[in-house]
Design a protein around this ligand. Structure first.
Ligand SMILES: Nc1nc2c(ncn2[C@@H]2O[C@H](COP(=O)(O)OP(=O)(O)OP(=O)(O)O)[C@@H](O)[C@H]2O)c(=O)[nH]1
Length: 383
C-alpha cells in the first residue's frame, strides 16, 4: 500500500531515517518525513536530507522539551497544520495510510503526535496509524553512579539509558490520546526487546532495526514489483484496515522469516530443467514445512508487544516468499491453525510474492487483544 510515514521527535526521526535508508526504493514507501523541535537530533539523520526533515516549534529554541508533555501538546496544537503543509511535496493525498512513528515517553514527539493525527484524519480519508515506542522502566529510575542509567566513563561501554522521570506517565497519556485520534495503535515494547546487559542508548539501533523490519514487512507486503505475477490473494490497504479496525485499538505484529533455496537455483529441486518462462518446482513437503514453521514462529515468537494468552478478536496473516514456495494448502492449514491459536473468528489473509526471494516469511497482526502487561503498568502511573 502507499504509505506516508512521519517520524516525530528523536526516536521517531531515527526510526524513519532507518526506514528510508533500507526501503526508499520500494513502492510502498510513498512519503517519509521527520519532524522534531530539536535541531541537533534532526541534523544527525543520514538518509533523510533537508527536504524531508523539518524543525518546528520556535518556542523550544531548537532544543528538545526534556519531558514536558504539556509544552509538547501546546506546540503540537499550534503547529499541526504547518506540519501537514510540510508534507505536501510528497503528495499525501495519494497515500493509502499514514503512519506516525513516535517515542511515547518523550515530549516533543509524543506532544505533537495526537494533534498531527487529528489533522491528518480531518484532511484525508486514509487511515492514520501510530507506531508508539514504549519507554523502559529504567528510564524513570533515579540515576545511580554505578547503574546502567549513569554516565559511562570515556566511552568504554554502551551509552547510558537517558534519565526521563516522566517517561511512563507521558507514555500512558499519549497512548490514550493516540487511541482517540488514530485508527489503530501499534505499540513497540522497548523493554521486551532489550537484552539484560543492554542499555537503551546502546541498543537503540538494534531496536530501531526491528521496528523498521516489521513496518516494512506489514506495509510493504501487498506491493509487488512491476511485472510480477499477481498473487492469488493480494493484500491491500483495506485488508489491513479491516484487521486493525478504526477505533484506536491496540494491535501487535509478529514476524518471521525462514531461508529457502531459490527455485531457479537448479540444484536440489529445480535440476536446471526449467527455462525462465516455466514455473520452477519446489518439493511439496519442503514448502509445506517451511510455511508451517514460519507461521508458527510469527505467531509464537516475540511480538512488537506481548499479547496476553496470544488471544485476538481479529487476525491478519500475510505469507510471503518466492511464488513456487507459496503452497496453497499449507497456507490454508496455517490459517486454520492460527484461528485456533488466537481464538479469532476473523482471519484475513494475503500473499506477498517475492519472485527472486530466498526466504519465506509470515506476518501476523493481532487486534482486539487484552491489555498487555506493560501497558497496564504504564496506565497505573496515571491512575
Ligand atoms: N527504540 C527506540 N526508542 C527510543 C529511541 N530514542 C528514544 N527512545 C524512546 O522514546 C522516548 C522518547 O524519546 P525521544 O523520541 O528522544 O523524545 P522527544 O520526542 O524528542 O522529546 P524530548 O526529548 O522530551 O523533547 C524515550 O523515553 C525512549 O523510551 C530510539 O532511538 N529507539
Amino acid at each position: 500500500m502507499r504509505l506516508h510515514v512521519i517520524g516525530l521527535g528523536g526516536a521517531g526521526g531515527r526510526i524513519v531515517d532507518r526506514l528510508a535508508a533500507g526501503h526508499d526504493a520500494e513502492p510502498f514507501l510513498a512519503g517519509v518525513h521527520a519532524f522534531d523541535t530539536d535541531m541537533d537530533a534532526l541534523e544527525a539523520l543520514d538518509a533523510l536530507g533537508e527536504e524531508r526533515r523539518y524543525r518546528f516549534g520556535d518556542a523550544a529554541g531548537g532544543d528538545g522539551l526534556e519531558g514536558d508533555l504539556h509544552a509538547g501538546r501546546r506546540l503540537g496544537d499550534a503547529h499541526a497544520s504547518e506540519l501537514d503543509r510540510t508534507m505536501d511535496d510528497q503528495q499525501p493525498s495519494l497515500a493509502e495510510a499514514f503512519l506516525i512513528v513516535v517515542g511515547l515517553g518523550g515530549a516533543a514527539g509524543a506532544g505533537a503526535a495526537p494533534a498531527l493525527a487529528a489533522e491528518l484524519s480531518r484532511l484525508y480519508d486514509a487511515p492514520v496509524y501510530a507506531f508508539g515506542i514504549l519507554p523502559v522502566p529504567s528510564e524513570t529510575d533515579e540515576p545511580d553512579d554505578d547503574g546502567p542509567t549513569s554516565g559511562v566513563p570515556d566511552g568504554e561501554s554502551a551509552p547510558p539509558t537517558p534519565h526521563r522521570p516522566l517517561a511512563e506517565r507521558n507514555a500512558a497519556r499519549t497512548l490514550d490520546a493516540l487511541s482517540d485520534e488514530c485508527a489503530a495503535v501499534f505499540p513497540f515494547d522497548n523493554a521486551a526487546w532489550l537484552r539484560p546487559s543492554e542499555t537503551l542508548g546502546g541498543a537503540r539501533d538494534r531496536l530501531n532495526e526491528v521496528v523498521v523490519e516489521r513496518v516494512a514487512a506489514l506495509f510493504g507486503a501487498g506491493e509487488t514489483p512491476e511485472g510480477t505475477a499477481t498473487p492469488q490473494q493480494v493484500l491491500d490497504a483495506s485488508d489491513v484496515a479491516r484487521a486493525v479496525g478504526s477505533d484506536g485499538e491496540i494491535a501487535a505484529i509478529g514476524h518471521a522469516t525462514q531461508a529457502v533455496e531459490p527455485p531457479d537455483s537448479g540444484s536440489r529441486f529445480g535440476l536446471g530443467l526449467f527455462g525462465s518462462s516455466e514455473p520452477a518446482e519446489v518439493d511439496t513437503s519442503a514448502a509445506v514445512s517451511a510455511i508451517e514453521t514460519v507461521i508458527r514462529k510469527a505467531a509464537r515468537g516475540k511480538n512488537t508487544v506481548e499479547v496476553p494468552e496470544g488471544r485476538a478478536d481479529r487476525t491478519l496473516l500475510v505469507v510471503g516468499g518466492p511464488p513456487a514456495w507459496l503452497n496453497r494448502e499449507a497456507i490454508a492449514d496455517g490459517r486454520r491453525w492460527l484461528a485456533e491459536e488466537t481464538g479469532s473468528d476473523a482471519i484475513l489473509s494475503g500473499d506477498a510474492p517475492v519472485p527472486d526471494g530466498d526466504a519465506v516469511s509470515a506476518v501476523v497482526i493481532r487486534s482486539g487483544i487484552d491489555e498487555p502487561e506493560r501497558i497496564r503498568e504504564l496506565r497505573e502511573t496515571i491512575a
